[in-house]
Design a protein around this ligand. Structure first.
Ligand SMILES: Cc1cc2nc3c(=O)[nH]c(=O)nc-3n(C[C@H](O)[C@H](O)[C@H](O)COP(=O)(O)O)c2cc1C
Length: 163
């Protein structure tokens, strides 16, 4: 395996990439950097953040490299069902792909991403019956929250060790 390649907007996915580097000693590149540092078809682990259910940069990474494993980093709480939904929505197999709960940092969002999440928060503020997921979103929206941890990478690292 050559490297860890990632796409991160506000830094949580990059944190996972660096934690994975500590565990594997592989080099780490952003998808942009990887263009000049890796060769087409090199075998990589790809990590990307989740935007409306889709893993950012996944299509590009798929077309350039051989993806040994994939990590999807979102703000949603980890559960088996949530992982399945995200992986299915990106045509990924649970064998070599993993959902990792990242975090949320509204202060770091810009442009359209900031606009979308601001709208979402405003519409929730008008609701009276927030469900658990809505409440989790609102508390993450109000204060930068990170769930990044080395433990969350356990299944991905175990998969790599068994290969
Ligand atoms: C516009 C937008 C859409 C998002 N859609 C999802 C989503 O569908 N599911 C999810 O779990 N997280 C979603 N998120 C949250 C991000 O995936 C989460 O904050 C992630 O940790 C960001 O990683 P990064 O810091 O590497 O950019 C969304 C965030 C933004 C800004």
């Amino acid at each position: 395996m050559k490297a860890i390649v990632y796409t991160s907007n506000t830094g949580f996915t990059k944190e996972y990439a660096l934690l994975l580097q500590e565990a594997t000693m592989l080099e780490v590149f952003s998808l942009q950097e990887a263009k000049t540092r890796l060769n087409p078809k090199d075998e990589v682990i790809y990590l990307g953040w989740v935007f409306a259910g889709k893993i950012k940069g996944l299509n590009k990474a798929r077309s350039r490299y051989k993806l040994k494993a994939v990590g999807a980093v979102g703000m949603g709480e980890y559960s088996d069902e949530y992982e399945k939904m995200i992986l299915n929505g990106n045509s990924l197999s649970q064998e070599n792909s993993f959902y990792l709960q990242g975090g949320f940092d509204f202060a770091k969002l810009k442009g359209i991403n900031r606009f979308i999440m601001g709208m979402m928060a405003n519409s929730m503020k008008k609701k009276t019956d927030l469900n658990a997921e809505d409440q989790a979103f609102m508390s993450m929206y109000e204060k930068r929250t990170s769930y990044v941890s080395r433990d969350n990478l356990g299944p991905l690292i175990a998969f790599l060790e068994n290969e």
